[in-house]
Write a protein that binds this ligand. Structure first.
Ligand code: OSB
Ligand code: MG
Length: 369
């Protein structure tokens, strides 16, 4: 296909509720969208999932914008063999995987639309609906957290993830467990601890958490392997897995027993498929992580999560938990059984609400071949 233009837009989207992790609080998203068009008039959309500051990872909105505009978009316009090749087209740029994924995933949407096939089928997905969980941030009080969990459990979500940090960990998990003895529960520390905290994690073992996500440093595998030897709760890596090679290394080291796959963190659908394959062949269950995505990133997550290796409920939930009004139509909804149905329309399978996107746009740039 001949990619004739790549349009970049930055939109601002206020969250309904703030989202707090061990690295900080988010109240409003700054999201970069990529729209790729080909010479036949087909188009595809992708989202850059980086945060507003370099706290989850080193990527954030302003450098992502500059990198997309100056390097990644100019490298990707022109003749492209297939979406599967786009990640490698951008190989000369090191890192910046979330920025790369904006263009790469947009090319997959475009290619699936050209083929007249839903993206999830085009990627090789096999699940017609995906199991869903929710990620609940740190709250102002334990009472507020319990209320939020109650609401999500009642809505049907299959597992609850709570964020933990020093001072909001063992006591909180204990209270949640006492109130909800049977739910599938997990904790995500976003790298807030060190190996010196081993006794705390051994104490958490009694609460039968499904898994503990990224307890130690964001770029570590070695200490996670050591911690996994000392605790019963399975460790799940998030931040540490940036490439298919990282997944291979982490599994070989036994640094985790479960893996969180984020499309942006690994650079797009092609590398995400590789991580999924490695996990499946290694017997490591995978699930789809979230980055507070707008509907576009959310739709891509749904497509990815239909791949066979995604066997656990992910962090992909209803648009209405985040946004007053999403930028896709219809918004993403979740059944009372806690599942999202894979869409049957071509590409990402949702309509783009371009009028709403126009209203939310702060800057726009078009790169042509
Ligand atoms: O660690 O999984 C994470 C959000 C932003 C950055 C990192 C993480 C998260 C979430 C939210 O947990 C998942 C979501 O609901 O999109
Ligand atoms: Mg995480």
């Amino acid at each position: 296909m001949l990619i004739t233009s790549i349009e970049l837009r930055e939109i601002r989207l206020p969250l309904i509720h703030f989202f707090e992790t061990s690295f900080g609080r988010t109240t409003e998203r700054r999201i970069i969208l990529a729209r790729v068009a080909d010479s036949d008039g087909a188009e595809g959309w992708g989202e850059c999932t980086c945060g507003e500051g370099p706290f989850y990872s080193d990527e954030w909105t302003d450098p992502a914008w500059a990198t997309l505009k100056e390097f990644l978009a100019p490298m990707s316009v022109g003749e492209v063999e297939s979406a599967a090749d786009v990640y490698d087209l951008m190989k000369r740029v090191r890192g910046h995987r979330m920025a790369k994924a904006a263009i790469e995933t947009a090319c997959w949407d475009l290619e699936a639309k050209r083929a007249g096939v839903p993206l999830w089928k085009y990627l090789g997905g096999v699940q017609t609906e995906i199991p869903c969980g929710v990620s609940i941030g740190i709250q102002d009080s334990p009472h507020q957290l319990i209320e939020k969990i109650d609401k999500e459990v009642s809505a049907g979500y299959q597992r609850i993830k709570i964020k933990i940090k020093p001072g909001w960990d063992v006591d909180i998990v204990r209270r949640v467990r006492e109130r909800f003895p049977e739910i599938q529960l997990m904790g995500d520390a976003n790298s807030a601890y060190t190996l010196n905290d081993t006794p705390l994690f051994q104490e958490l073992d009694q609460f039968k958490l499904m898994m503990l996500e990224q307890p130690l440093a964001y770029d570590d595998m070695f200490d996670h392997a050591e911690l996994q030897k000392r605790i019963k709760t399975p460790i799940c890596l998030d931040e540490s897995i940036k490439t298919p090679a990282d997944a291979k290394h982490a599994f070989a080291l036994k640094a985790c027993r479960i893996v969180n796959v984020k499309l942006g963190r690994v650079g797009g659908h092609a590398p995400a498929k590789q991580v999924e394959t490695i996990a499946r062949e290694s017997g490591i269950p995978a699930w789809c992580g979230g980055m507070l995505e707008s509907g576009i990133g959310r739709a891509h997550n749904i497509a990815m999560a239909t791949l066979a290796g995604f066997t656990l409920p992910g962090d992909v939930s209803a648009s209405g938990r985040y946004w007053e009004e999403d930028i896709i139509e219809p918004p993403v909804t979740v059944s009372s059984r806690g599942t999202i149905a894979a869409p049957d329309k071509p590409g990402i399978g949702f309509e783009i609400n371009i009028k709403r996107i126009e209203q939310l746009t702060l800057r726009k740039e078009v790169i042509t071949s």
